[in-house]
Ligand binder design. Structure first.
Ligand SMILES: [Zn+2]
Length: 662
């Protein structure tokens, strides 16, 4: 097996490598561009591009990955810098009119091609068109101008959010209910000899109040401060929506959503609206029932304080009463549960499950070529044929300068080398930040960390099990609204009582499993207020889609107010503009927010129809590997899904999974 990754590059080597990589790639494109239209064929034009793309993909991992994981600051900095050069180069390449001309000439020849080659050619052509290369010069200029403005607006929007320093102050009395430990961590201010706690608009502060503060007025003030910050973002959003519409129309699309969805599994705005509408109709009765329960709880609570209840649940009530209900009905104690999930037992159990279900064999190997001594390396082979499939790394503990979230990095794609006809094997890394074991105490995972672990290793499996001809389609390079579905499906194992039993073992009391009564409560608690919570997700999805299909401005806050109450069943407080802090809408999720629910619905369909009754089914696991993970992006998501399910996908399993009964 060839692993071409090199993690011992110095800062200057990274810089040099990026320069040689860029000039080498550019030379290939130059060569292709020199082909006259009548001489250009798939073999002499497209294959060289596919080949350099694959090579580039591996080499660029050596350049960009160190910024996330290298223990050496100098190397991380060099990686950031070198990556900028790569990004600039990739924009340059995407905008090459000379290459577009050659690709177009090849396409017009209509050569007889295999399905993946055909798709490669189509996708290349489509990318160029979507970048405006099919337009006349004047329109191209216009498009460039709009894109530049849009990129500036996005920077401005997020900088306004980052720079925001809104604070709100409360007395200790007003903060009744907020844990004392938390109060200790806050800054204080004295005004007229009275002491106040200063709270920022960062999530931990906001939720500490919204979840815990008994005083309704305190929660209302916190919510109001949060929902009225970043006012300067309102005109920015309006402008961006207008420019996105303009850009789409210059390219010949009806609106921005139509443009965005062209390359997604959903394909058209109509499909997305139909999906959202259908879910809304089914979730609304469930949400209403849940809301009634919250009202009842609020009434009891207020009466116990000797106060009147006016009959409504407000935006600032939800988290507080949700938490109260969680404690009252389910008594979930995260700290206690954690003691049953040592990293060691979870890792062992999880690797076991993935090996069995996907019919793989993992072997941990001694490996000196890693970026840090904590990193573990595993070889993967097919359990039946012993065929080598790939390799993955686990880098699980925090350290200075390391990437702070959990993610999968597909470092080396799998593909077939056109010169040797040999398969190159994929290599992927899972990077996370679980607490490090200490003297006498192992690393313990909260249940949501166990879920994250399954999820990210799921992406790794997608990388490892994918078997495409071209690197461009490898692994997770699927339609964006499909990329989470395979991993989300694997999360379901973390909610199965038999699996939780298998994964758990008390870290001190060897052999003691998580009590089944606790497991039962955990599984039930998962669906607490699932109707309302999903309606909230639906609201964001609707809002985003309406905004980006409108023929003219709908007014960003006006639309928000209208849809919020109608869909979430909880009104938006008067004279607030939470949309000014809705980062997703400017941060790449435009006409894409629906994707969260979309992939969840399909992941539930896969799990419930194929695994729910037999979570360790090797037969279905193999089908999953072959039909969902294997093709990567070389097929459309909806076709893969239909083949795997043997029918059209439906929302029913998802609804069932969140406790909805018709
Ligand atoms: Zn993911």
């Amino acid at each position: 097996m060839k692993n071409l990754l090199n993690f011992s590059l110095t800062a200057s080597e990274i810089k040099n490598l990026s320069q040689t990589l860029i000039s080498k790639s550019r030379a290939v494109y130059d060569q292709v561009s020199a082909l006259s239209s009548d001489r250009a064929t798939f073999k002499n034009a497209i294959i060289p591009i596919a080949k350099i793309e694959a090579e580039y993909s591996v080499a660029s991992a050596n350049i960009y990955f160190p910024q996330y994981v290298s223990p050496i600051k100098e190397v991380r900095d060099a990686s950031v810098e070198a990556n900028k050069a790569l990004e600039e180069f990739s924009i340059e390449t995407d905008m090459r009119a000379d290459i577009y001309k050659v690709v177009l000439a090849v396409a017009e020849k209509n050569e007889e091609l295999g399905p993946e080659d055909k798709r490669l050619l189509e996708k290349m052509l489509l990318d160029y068109k979507r970048n405006g290369l099919g337009l006349n010069e004047k329109k191209q200029e216009l498009l460039k101008e709009i894109k530049k403005k849009l990129s500036n607006l996005a920077i401005q929007f997020s900088s306004n959010m980052n720079e925001d320093n809104t604070t709100v102050i409360f007395t200790e009395e007003e903060l009744e209910g907020v844990p004392a430990d938390y109060l200790k961590s806050l800054n204080k201010r004295v005004i007229d000899q009275k002491e106040y706690f200063v709270l920022t608009m960062k999530y931990p502060d906001v939720f500490a109040v919204l979840k815990n503060a008994v005083n309704e007025e305190t929660r209302r003030r916190m919510d109001y401060s949060y929902s009225t910050k970043c006012k300067a973002n309102l005109p920015i959003l309006e402008e961006a929506v207008r420019l996105r519409r303009d850009a789409a129309q210059v390219l010949g699309y009806e609106d921005h959503a139509t443009f965005r969805l062209e390359t997604r599994m959903a394909k058209t705005p109509e499909n997305v609206f139909k999906f959202l509408e259908d879910l809304k109709n089914k979730l609304t009765p469930l949400g209403e029932k849940e809301l009634e329960r919250l009202r009842q709880l609020k009434k009891e609570h207020l009466e116990s304080l000797g106060k009147q209840f006016n009959g409504s649940i407000e935006a600032f009530d939800f988290h507080f009463y949700h938490k109260m209900l969680m404690e009252k009905d389910y008594q979930i104690n995260e700290e206690e549960i954690k003691e049953y999930f040592s990293l060691e037992s979870v890792t062992q159990g999880m690797l076991d499950i993935y090996q069995k279900v996907l019919n793989l064999k993992f072997t941990e190997i001694e490996n000196k070529n890693v970026w840090h001594q904590d990193v573990r390396t595993f070889n993967v082979i097919d359990a039946t044929s012993d065929e080598v499939i790939g390799q993955f790394y686990l880098d699980l503990f925090p350290r200075d300068g390391k990437y702070t979230h959990a993610a999968c990095f597909g470092l080396q794609p799998g593909y077939i080398d056109v010169d040797t006809n040999e398969r190159c094997y994929p290599v992927a890394a899972m990077v996370a930040n679980f607490s490090k074991p200490m003297e006498g105490k192992p690393s313990l995972l909260k249940h949501n960390e166990v879920v994250t672990y399954f999820h990210e290793l799921g992406h790794v499996m997608h990388q490892i099990c994918s078997k495409t001809k071209h690197a461009r389609f490898h692994g997770t390079k699927v339609e964006r609204d499909f990329v989470e579905a395979p991993s989300q499906m694997l999360e379901n194992w973390c909610w199965e009582p038999t699996i939780l039993h298998k994964l758990s073992e008390h870290y001190q009391r060897k052999g003691e499993k998580l009590p089944s009564e606790t497991i039962e409560r955990m599984v039930k608690a998962k669906n607490l207020n699932a109707g309302l919570l999903n309606l909230r997700q639906l609201f964001f999805g609707f809002y985003d889609m309406k905004l980006h299909t409108a023929k003219e401005s709908l007014g960003a806050t006006k639309l928000w107010d209208e849809l919020k109450e109608n869909i979430t069943l909880i009104p938006n407080p008067h004279n607030t503009w939470p949309v000014a802090s809705f980062g997703h809408i400017m941060g790449g999720y435009d006409a894409g927010y629906y994707g969260y629910l979309w992939s969840q619905v399909f992941s539930a369909d896969m799990f419930f129809s194929k695994f729910k009754n037999n979570v360790m089914s090797v037969e279905n696991g193999l089908q999953y590997r072959k039909l969902i993970l294997g093709p990567g992006g070389s097929r459309d998501g909806d076709n893969m899904l239909r083949d795997f399910l043997g029918r059209d996908p439906t929302v029913d399993p998802f609804l069932k999974s969140i406790g909805y009964n018709k």
